[in-house]
Design a protein around this ligand. Structure first.
Ligand code: FES
Length: 170
């Protein structure tokens, strides 16, 4: 097995190379109606998120004011201006989960992960969010990590659950 972090495919994954690629891609869309959202999606796919330096490259390449690009990025929740974790944890705070201890799960995870809601852990392993309902109200409190739903979550078992995600990547 090759080392996938070291440019195993021969591509240049450096930040400068990525910004250049995004600029080139964006330039192809210059002057085309409704292209900004498409370009932002592509850029987020390539870069992982849309920090100011990416927005600047896009604004330049599309010949748009930076304020317009930033306005669109902040308006749509699917665009992220902060790096995201490899996994997304969503704790349900819908009514059923809230009354059955969802808040305790949130508080415990904030401590374990050392993040606030909406933030990503320093090791970029987890992004921590809350949700309104994840469809498991009968087995509240519930949370999900990516597509996996955890039901009747016991706050004392959270570290055990997270451990699996650290182990699987070792
Ligand atoms: S309220 Fe939490 S799963 Fe529905």
């Amino acid at each position: 097995m090759g080392d996938y972090t070291q440019g195993c495919c021969g591509c240049d994954h450096s930040e400068t190379a990525l910004l250049q690629r995004i600029g080139e891609l964006a330039a192809e869309y210059r002057g085309k109606e409704g292209s900004l959202i498409q370009v932002l999606h592509m850029a987020q796919g390539l870069y992982g998120y849309l920090p100011l330096e990416v927005q600047e490259v896009i604004a330049d390449s599309l010949d748009l004011p930076l304020a317009e690009v930033s306005g669109v990025v902040t308006f749509y929740s699917f665009f992220a201006t902060q790096p995201r974790g490899k996994h997304t944890i969503r704790v349900c705070l819908g009514t059923a989960c809230y009354v059955r201890g969802g808040k305790k799960i949130v508080e415990r995870l904030k401590k374990i992960l050392d993040v606030e809601i909406g933030e990503t852990t320093k090791d970029r392993k987890f992004t921590f969010e809350v949700a309104r309902c994840i469809g498991s109200c009968g087995l509240a409190p519930a949370m999900s990590i990516d597509d996996q739903v955890y039901k009747q979550v016991n706050p004392d078992k959270l570290e055990q659950i997270l451990q699996r995600y650290y182990e699987e990547e070792e």
